[in-house]
Design a protein around this ligand. Sequence first.
Ligand SMILES: O=C(O)c1ccccc1NCC(=O)[C@H](O)[C@H](O)COP(=O)(O)O
Length: 209
Amino acid sequence: MRTRVKICGLTRLLDVEAAVAAGTDAIGLVFHPDSPRAVSIEQARGLCQHLPPFVTAVGLFVDADPEQVRETLRQVPLELLQFHGEESPEYCAAFGRRWIKALRMRPGIELEAARARYGAGAGLLLDTYRAGVAGGTGERFDWARIPPPLRAEIVLAGGLAPDNVAAAIAAVRPFGVDVSGGVEATRGVKNHAKISAFMTGVRDGDRCR
Ligand SMILES: O=C(O)c1ccccc1NCC(=O)[C@H](O)[C@H](O)COP(=O)(O)O
């Protein structure tokens, strides 16, 4: 199986085009107003407008007012929702859209229990925990903390970059990988050479699967 890729925190059309040209499976749009990568509904609509078929537009929310999510869905053609806060399974399921739950790897987190709790979703994304930061930390966590039975189904995030993604895939063999800071020039502005190098790293990792 090949590792699926989501490039997250896109804010510019030329970066979306570069990500698509490099072969990403999904693009992530951050609707959390506190993020330096936040996009408005209008911006997001423009970014999704010319997405080719089979590239998934993912909308990322953090403990958002449900009406904000509903309004975004009315205006932006998002195919998957990513909930990155403390949302309950009932909240995540309330929008009639496929969703994944991001879990930050705080000390003592029980991943098997979380997997059962969020079982109605399309999957789990595991990200680094840093107190006071909702996501996009640019830091990795100890991949050995992921129970082996879960590895094949999770999306691995947190501090991935062109120079470590092959090793991450070889070590974890996840369903997918998610990157933001590791392919950036500055916050919210992607570096196209880093995007290409990241995709090369993914293909290198896939040779070890
Ligand atoms: O990217 C953000 O600014 C962000 C803000 C609040 C919640 C989540 C956020 N990003 C979530 C992502 O999906 C990132 O891709 C993921 O956290 C990995 O980020 P990075 O470590 O920079 O690759």
